[in-house]
Design a protein around this ligand. Structure first.
Ligand code: ITT
Length: 201
């Protein structure tokens, strides 16, 4: 099984990856979390910055995730800056409430999507990116206790249309979230590349 060092300081992401790559890729925690400046202006740039930093420090194939919530009517807040929205409010419940307030006070459209870009940095010559998205809307209250970050206010588009947030849909999230879709694309790719190598031998 291919193995990667996971470059993240976010324990919730680490837990999701453990489940997403269960019995398919070996994901090892880094001995120490690095302080990496996310200076890129895109998810791809920031995923690369993080994966490269872990590869260069630990000299083993590294995996990093850059992700965020994009509120389509407010393109300049959140997005790649999602972790840095309202820095005066360290608690995500407060950040979620602030975003709801902002949308209510400006009467902006509530369509939104989560993006996840994974960067697998195997060597400077071999770097792969996979992206996943999930579409939805921003709710009017916090709902649910699962997940993390903006999950309690994100209502994903689902057939059921019952207004449940991602924080109420842990199993669904594990299969259909932005991170799940990016992970599925990565698995598909690595499976194919292993199959091709097998067929050559
Ligand atoms: P690392 O960079 O160390 O991986 P981070 O939390 O700083 O951890 P990002 O820079 O990618 O990660 O910021 C992404 C932010 O977007 C994250 O802190 C959450 O607030 C939000 N986010 C990303 N994925 C999410 C998800 O699945 N559910 C809820 N919020 C999410």
């Amino acid at each position: 099984m291919k193995s990667f060092l996971l470059g993240t300081g976010n324990a919730h992401k680490a837990q999701e990856f453990k489940e997403l790559f269960f019995q398919t890729l070996t994901i090892n925690a880094a001995p120490r979390t690095l302080e990496v400046d996310e200076t890129g202006s895109t998810f791809i740039e920031n995923a690369l910055i993080k994966a490269k930093a872990y590869f260069e420090t630990y000299k083993v194939p590294a995996l990093a995730d850059d992700s965020g919530l994009v509120v389509e009517s407010l393109p300049n807040i959140l997005g790649v800056h999602s972790a840095r929205f309202a820095p005066e409010l360290p608690d995500y419940a407060d950040k979620c409430l602030k975003l709801i307030e902002l949308l209510n006070s400006t009467n902006k459209d509530r369509n939104a999507h989560f993006v996840c870009v994974l960067c697998f940095y195997l060597s400077p010559e071999e770097i792969y990116f996979f992206e996943g998205r999930v579409q939805g809307t921003i709710g009017n209250e916090l709902r649910g206790t699962k997940g993390f970050g903006y999950d309690p206010i994100f209502i994903p588009e689902r057939r059921e249309n019952d207004g449940k947030s991602l924080a109420e849909l842990a199993e669904w999230k594990n299969e259909f979230s932005h991170r799940a879709k990016a992970a599925q694309a990565a698995l598909e790719f690595f499976k194919e590349s292993v199959d091709k190598t097998r067929n050559k031998t």
